[in-house]
Design a binder for this molecule. Structure first.
Ligand code: IMP
Ligand code: MG
Length: 369
């Protein structure tokens, strides 16, 4: 992954693949042109690297020149295309092949046609290394296309984002979600997970996704997924992971500009942990850490009994029930501790101390991610 200005980009087309694409274009064009000596016209700035590699590979005599146009500002194509350097030589009677790095809306190409309208060239052919068919709004013929790509912003191999990124020999694609810190938060009952999640979400601008809350919200609001989940629950069946993941996906999408997420109550099994990894992957993101608050059993029992005196929760009043809940927690999380440890993502944090002390310890972990 690379960062340019404020944005993150992920690897998209390797140096070797780019090289193969260029070679394929050279072969095709050389075969078509035969013994004609063409003039290759690179469109600056973006196509300097492509043009250079292209003519180095070109097997026969050729001429190279450049025109310089500018149309992009940041991530957007602008209406107004500036002609910074036009044609500087006589191209009468010549076979001209335009070498473009990328064709997006086609506005630059329209300008190229305007430039050549009054030139008495023999033939004008368009060759573009990359082409975004979904963005293309013109109907000029593209004679040679190296690779069609989705309508996402790319950098590298001559292409830039506000001036940066041109020097890379490979191509990167803008990440769908920007850099996020995603945490799976664990803690036995009474560890203070809810309290800490509240502090962390404020401090790091994270969105707290408690699976229990998500379920209750969807069922209460009778969303399609909520109704589906309810149909299983009414029969006394477990809600399939797919339904839960779909609900989480909706939460993640609703908050696509968050700095990250605190997952609470999910995953509980290996399969769920894998599904969550897949979900985050599909957003060009990842789970960065499983953080478990560690509190000695005896302290938990005391805390919960204390809470039971005022909370009125019946499961906080009975020591037998409390011990069972704690045991169940350890039985369940052991698997996940292994899962995340294997990826080097497990962090145990001492959950005994004042609220501030514990927040400090959690921050200590998050700041290193
Ligand atoms: P068009 O005029 O919209 O076809 O855009 C063509 C020009 O916009 C290219 O020559 C590039 O300079 C720039 N451009 C289009 N798409 C991208 C991209 O994904 N990354 C970087 N520059 C781009
Ligand atoms: Mg260009």
């Amino acid at each position: 992954m690379i960062k340019l200005h404020d944005l993150y980009f992920k690897p998209f087309i390797s140096e070797q693949e780019v090289d193969d694409i260029v070679q394929k274009m050279v072969d095709e064009i050389a075969a078509d042109l035969g013994d004609v000596v063409p003039v290759f016209v690179g469109i600056l700035n973006g196509s300097f690297m492509f043009t250079s590699d292209f003519v180095k590979k070109y097997p026969k005599p050729c001429e190279v020149t450049f025109i310089k146009l500018a149309s992009y500002e940041g991530l957007k194509s602008t209406e107004d295309i500036q002609r910074l350097i036009g044609i500087t030589q006589d191209l009468t009677g010549r076979t001209v092949v335009i070498l473009e790095d990328i064709i997006d809306s086609g506005k630059t190409l329209a300008e190229v046609y305007r430039i050549f309208k009054n030139e008495k060239v023999k033939e004008l052919k368009i060759a573009t290394l990359f082409f975004k068919p979904e963005a293309y709004k013109k109907d000029f013929k593209l004679h040679y296309v190296g690779r069609e790509i989705p309508n996402k912003f790319i950098v590298g191999y001559g292409l830039d984002y506000d001036g940066l990124g041109r020097e890379y020999p490979e191509v990167f694609q803008l990440k769908t979600t920007q850099h996020m810190t995603n945490i799976v938060l664990f803690g036995p009952p009474g560890a203070g997970k809810g309290t800490q999640a509240n502090f962390l979400k404020e401090k790091y601008n994270l969105v707290h996704i408690s699976t229990g809350d998500v379920f209750r919200f969807n069922i209460k609001n009778e969303t399609a997924l909520g109704m589906l989940a309810k149909s299983y629950m009414d029969k006394g069946d477990l809600v399939p992971d797919k339904v839960t993941i779909d609900m989480l996906n909706a939460e993640v999408e609703k908050n696509a500009d968050a700095n990250g997420f605190i997952f609470d109550g999910f995953p509980r099994t290996n399969a769920q942990a894998e599904s969550l990894d897949n979900l985050m992957n599909s957003k060009d993101s990842q789970i960065n850490a499983m953080i478990a608050l560690e509190v000695d059993d005896e302290i938990l029992v005391q805390r919960l009994l204390e809470r039971g005196k005022t909370s009125g929760r019946p499961d906080d009043a009975d020591e037998g029930i409390i011990r069972n809940r704690i045991k169940e927690y350890y039985d369940k999380t052991a698997i996940l501790k292994d899962y995340y440890s294997a990826q080097g993502k497990y962090y145990g944090v001492d959950g005994v101390g004042s609220i501030e002390e514990i927040t400090q310890r959690l921050s200590g972990v998050i700041d290193t991610l």
